[in-house]
Design a protein around this ligand. Sequence first.
Ligand code: FES
Length: 122
Amino acid sequence: MATVTFSSPLLHKDVTVYAVAGDTGTILALAEKNKIPLPFECRDGECGSCLIEVTSLDDKKMATALTEKERAALKALGKLTSKELVDAEVNDLPPKYRLACQTIVRDQDILVKFSGTPGGAA
Ligand code: FES
């Protein structure tokens, strides 16, 4: 079973929640389900307000699939470099920043940081 640990100045302490194996929900959906105050607006990969920084906490390879919208929003926010894009698409290396409404929870332990300010990763 995978765990997702949320870390933010908005939280008194880090909060770790379990993600059910095979669950195909987004990190934003998991946050809402667990009452984590992760900012969001559009839920559609366009506004960038759900920006998060994701770090792997286990040895499993992180999923890297970026949707077209996520790619465009991260680039507009200056949170996805050309090198990171190539690394993600060619070398399957995950970018540092993601959009919580577009990132699917996988069977891996991750740390999710967010600032609490829409569009601002911790
Ligand atoms: S809520 Fe708008 S990009 Fe995620």
